[in-house]
Design a protein around this ligand. Structure first.
Ligand SMILES: NC(=O)c1ccc[n+]([C@@H]2O[C@H](COP(=O)([O-])OP(=O)(O)OC[C@H]3O[C@@H](n4cnc5c(N)ncnc54)[C@H](O)[C@@H]3O)[C@@H](O)[C@H]2O)c1
Ligand SMILES: O=c1ccn([C@@H]2O[C@H](COP(=O)(O)OP(=O)(O)O[C@H]3O[C@H](CO)[C@@H](O)[C@H](O)[C@H]3O)[C@@H](O)[C@H]2O)c(=O)[nH]1
Length: 472
């Protein structure tokens, strides 16, 4: 018989912790779910009466939070209290790429994970199931076990010591479709070595996920499967992007090629959309981590194979920006370029590793003036993204980049438009009006292949579409 879980705590109220726990609380009204974070502003936003102010924008999330918050879903900064109360603790903190020391630029930085483990060990007075929800390098559970079992007020080895079971339960949700993905996951993956602990977590998900979709494995397979899934997905994007360049040279259309190969049931149609490059907080970080792990085992060919996915992505962002400069008569100095979109994909306000940031940086180095419009990303975030690169000082970024809340303002007197995110609304704009507002010739560089080429050409635009080409 597995233990029935009645109280869950989740450390980390970010893009994963917030939506994941909101859905667990929605589907398991008999379980009290407390999501804790050290970021007071974030917790305050999760508790905001105005559901439009939740810190994570995801379609449908407001409804889920409205249903469960205050009933059995709580957001709090009282981390110790929530750990103490809970039988099951999810760790859903950030695991960014290391920016210092050994493994800099490649390995995952596990300092936040370790801090959580030490805090759990210090606070726990009774047995706990600790669940790795963050994406972690394979064999992290070993490190967690060692910290949990050797520190704290009643170490596990000692008489009366607290027992910790560690499970790996990676999250596969994609941003923009988080609620949909959580409601009907392709699979839930649970890795562990104690069948009772595994069953306790299976029982939580079984409230709404069919048994056939809940996979259980050993803990190492589970940890490695998460990195592998992201590597495979990103590889598909880099593969189609590599071919997008060949399409542009040969007169083929990458969208037609994608359709033609995607109808082969062995290949499948998903993740074959050519773009200005993949972004998001996960793909690059997780592949770099995989490369680092392979290298650390001396598997250099394996490491090189996966690293190529990142190199191709960097190339795609660079060549998109470079094409803008070349087309605008080899200089964008003092020219106004309107950016439509800043988020790394549509239907999210997340900008981490967005291709837009890198394209902007390239063009700013060429002294372009950029005006950004994104339906969900704030001005504060856009400047923070550029400042983080440290390419130029903050004053310069604010001088060269303007953020507006109206697409027509962004395109007014622009030399060119660059489409960096595939927001649906871009298609529905009054493109005749935009054409009239812009300087002539009016260039459009569509990095997401969302616009209607023939329609825009008829208005008079000079148009380039990724994987299709044109524009001189
Ligand atoms: N974003 C995604 O779509 C996604 C999907 C699947 C998996 N993941 C993985 O999930 C993990 C979390 O990602 P995220 O996007 O939610 O990150 P995030 O940065 O949005 O959220 C992490 C939160 O953890 C908090 N935190 C850090 N240390 C803490 C501590 N000691 N105590 C309390 N709170 C602490 C931070 O303040 C932050 O709010 C990462 O490992 C990521 O790779 C992310
Ligand atoms: O055909 C495609 C598909 C995606 N992308 C781009 O790839 C990036 C990532 O997209 P997506 O995977 O949809 O979003 P994420 O939220 O980053 O989700 C990925 O990363 C998460 C974090 O690990 C995983 O949980 C998800 O399963 C995995 O899809 C975005 O910039 C997309 O625009 C393309 O360019 N072409």
């Amino acid at each position: 018989m597995s233990k029935k879980i009645t109280k869950i705590c989740c450390i980390g109220a970010g893009y994963v912790g917030g939506p994941t726990m909101a859905v667990i609380a929605q589907k398991c009204p008999d379980v009290k779910v407390t999501v804790v974070d050290i970021n007071e502003k974030r917790i305050a936003a999760w508790n905001d009466e105005d559901l439009g102010k939740l810190p994570v924008y995801e379609p449908g999330l407001d409804k889920v939070v409205e249903e469960a918050r205050g009933r059995n879903l709580f957001f709090s900064t009282e981390v110790d209290k929530a750990i103490d109360e809970a039988e099951m603790i999810f760790i859903s903190v950030n695991t960014p790429t290391k920016t210092y020391g050994k493994g800099k630029g490649m390995a995952a930085d596990l300092k936040f994970i370790e801090l959580c483990a030490r805090q759990i060990a210090r606070v726990a007075k009774d047995d706990k199931i600790v669940v790795e929800k963050s994406t972690l390098p394979v064999r992290t559970a070993q490190a967690l076990k060692s910290i949990l079992h050797n520190t704290g007020s009643s170490p596990a080895g000692k008489e009366g010591g607290v027992q910790f079971d560690i499970l790996s339960n990676p999250e596969f949700l994609a941003e923009g479709t988080a609620v949909e993905d959580l409601h009907a996951p392709d699979r839930v993956l649970i890795g562990g070595d104690n069948p009772e602990a595994i069953q306790a977590l299976v029982d939580v998900y079984a409230h709404w996920v069919p048994a056939a979709n809940i996979l259980t494995t050993n803990v190492w397979s589970s940890e490695l499967s998460k990195l592998t899934a992201n590597a495979f997905l990103a590889q598909r994007v880099s593969s189609i992007n590599a071919l997008s360049e060949l399409c542009e040279k040969t007169g083929a259309d990458v969208n037609e090629v994608a359709r033609a190969i995607g109808t082969d049931s062995r290949i499948g149609p998903k993740f074959l959309k050519a773009s200005v490059g993949f972004g998001g907080s996960c793909f690059q970080k997780d592949i770099l981590n995989l490369v680092y792990i392979a290298k650390s085992y001396g598997l250099h060919e394996v490491a090189d194979y996966w690293e190529q996915v990142i190199l191709m992505n960097d190339h795609q962002k660079r060549r998109f920006a470079d094409n803008i400069v070349t087309t605008l008569y080899n200089t964008v100095s003092g020219k106004k370029i309107a950016f439509l979109g800043w988020a790394f994909k549509k239907d999210t306000n997340d900008t981490r590793e967005s291709a837009a940031i890198h394209v902007a940086d390239y063009l700013l180095n060429e002294q372009a003036e950029i005006v950004v419009y994104d339906p969900k990303v704030t001005e504060e975030q856009i400047y923070a993204d550029l400042d983080y690169l440290n390419t130029r000082d903050e004053k310069e970024n604010r001088k060269l980049v303007t953020v507006v809340n109206d697409p027509y303002k962004a395109t007014d007197e622009a030399h060119a438009i660059a489409v960096l995110t595939e927001w649906d609304e871009f298609r529905a704009y009054d493109w005749q009006r935009i054409y009239d507002l812009m300087l002539k010739p009016s260039f459009v560089f569509d990095g997401r292949a969302v616009l209607d080429r023939e329609k825009l050409k008829n208005f008079g635009f000079e148009i380039y579409i990724i994987g299709v080409g044109s524009c001189g």
